[in-house]
Design a binder for this molecule. Structure first.
Ligand SMILES: NC(=O)c1ccc[n+]([C@@H]2O[C@H](COP(=O)([O-])OP(=O)(O)OC[C@H]3O[C@@H](n4cnc5c(N)ncnc54)[C@H](O)[C@@H]3O)[C@@H](O)[C@H]2O)c1
Length: 271
C-alpha cells in the first residue's frame, strides 16, 4: 500500500477482534502499515488476532478489555499509548448476537444487547477522541454497522435497533469532532462468506462448526447483485480507505460493503 492509502505512521485500535470480521479488518489496516491494537473482552480473541498480524509481518498487540466499562477502556487505551502511541484510527466492532424478535426478547436481553453495541461505541469513541483532541492530532473513527441497520430482519429486534442508532451516532460524532480534524464514518458488512473466518478459527485452534453457515450464506448469495457474499478482507480494504488520507474529505458518511444487497429493489429478488 502506498501514497495516500499508506497507514505506516498510524496506530489503530480495533474493538472486537474475533476470528471473523474484526481480525479481517485489523489485518487490512496492518497490511497498509498501521500498528494495530486488538481489543476484545475475550483474551483469546485479543491475543490470537495480534499473533495473526505479527505472523504476517505486521506490528500488533492484544489487549483484553470490556469496552462497555469506562475504567477498562481507559486502562486499555493507556496501555496502547505506552506501547504503540496515541490511537489515530479506531474501529468500533463490539457486538453480540441474540436472534430474537419482539415477541420473545426479554427486557434484560434487550438491555444487554443494546448496551454492548451502543455503550461500547460511545465509551471507546469518547476516550479515543479526548486523547486525540488533547494531543492536537487528527484521526479516523470507523463504526461497524450492518445491513440489518437499514432493514428489519426477522428475529433480530435489538440488533437492528442498535445498529440503526449507530448510523446517526456516526453523524453526530462527525459533527462534534470535525473542528478537530477527526473524521467519523461507518462501514456496513452484511451476511459474510464464512470461509475466511473459519480458516482463521482453525489456525487459532478453535473449534467452530461452519457447515451450516457456509450452505446458508452460499444460498442467500445467489440473489446478491454481485453473486457472492463479501469476506472479512473486503471490509478490511474499505476500512483502509476510510482510515487513510485518501478519505480526508469524507466524514459522517456510511460505506456499505454488501455486494449491492441494499441497493436492490425488493421485487427483483424473485428474478
Ligand atoms: N458476521 C456478520 O455477518 C456481520 C454482518 C454485519 C455486521 N457485522 C458486524 O461486524 C462486527 C463484527 O462481526 P463478527 O461476526 O466478526 O462478530 P463476532 O461476534 O465474531 O465478534 C465480536 C467480538 O466482539 C467481542 N465483544 C463483545 N462484547 C464485547 C465487549 N463488551 N468488550 C470487548 N469486546 C467485546 C466478542 O468477544 C467478539 O470477539 C460486529 O459489529 C457485527 O455486528 C457482522
Amino acid at each position: 500500500v502506498s501514497g495516500r492509502f499508506d497507514l505506516s505512521d498510524r496506530v489503530a485500535a480495533v474493538v472486537g477482534t474475533s476470528w471473523n470480521i474484526g481480525t479481517g479488518i485489523a489485518l487490512g489496516l496492518a497490511g497498509a502499515g498501521a500498528a494495530v491494537a486488538c481489543l476484545d473482552r475475550d483474551a483469546v480473541m485479543a491475543e490470537s488476532a495480534a499473533r495473526e498480524i505479527s505472523g504476517q509481518g505486521g506490528r500488533a498487540i492484544g489487549v483484553q478489555c470490556d469496552s462497555t466499562t469506562e475504567g477498562d477502556v481507559g486502562a486499555a487505551l493507556s496501555a496502547v499509548a505506552n506501547q504503540l502511541g496515541t490511537v489515530d484510527i479506531l474501529v468500533n466492532g463490539a457486538a453480540h448476537y441474540n436472534q430474537k424478535g419482539i415477541l420473545d426478547t426479554s427486557v434484560a436481553e434487550w438491555r444487554s444487547q443494546i448496551g454492548v453495541i451502543l455503550d461500547s461505541a460511545f465509551i471507546v469513541t469518547q476516550d479515543v477522541a479526548h486523547r486525540l483532541v488533547e494531543a492536537g492530532r487528527p484521526g479516523s473513527i470507523i463504526t461497524l454497522i450492518s445491513t440489518a441497520g437499514f432493514q428489519g430482519e426477522v428475529g433480530n429486534v435489538a440488533y437492528c435497533t442498535a445498529k440503526s442508532a449507530l448510523l446517526n451516532f456516526t453523524r453526530a460524532v462527525a459533527m462534534d469532532l470535525a473542528p478537530y480534524g477527526i473524521r467519523a464514518n461507518s462501514l456496513s458488512p452484511t451476511a459474510t462468506n464464512p470461509r475466511e473466518g473459519l480458516e482463521r478459527a482453525a489456525r487459532w485452534g478453535l473449534t467452530v462448526s461452519g457447515e451450516g453457515a457456509i450452505a446458508s450464506v452460499d444460498q442467500a448469495a445467489t440473489i446478491l447483485p454481485l453473486g457472492r457474499a463479501p469476506s472479512p478482507r473486503h471490509y478490511g480494504d474499505a476500512a483502509v480507505f476510510l482510515a487513510s488520507d485518501a478519505a480526508e474529505m469524507i466524514t459522517g458518511e456510511e460505506l456499505r460493503v454488501d455486494a449491492g444487497a441494499i441497493a436492490k429493489y425488493w421485487r427483483d429478488g424473485l428474478r
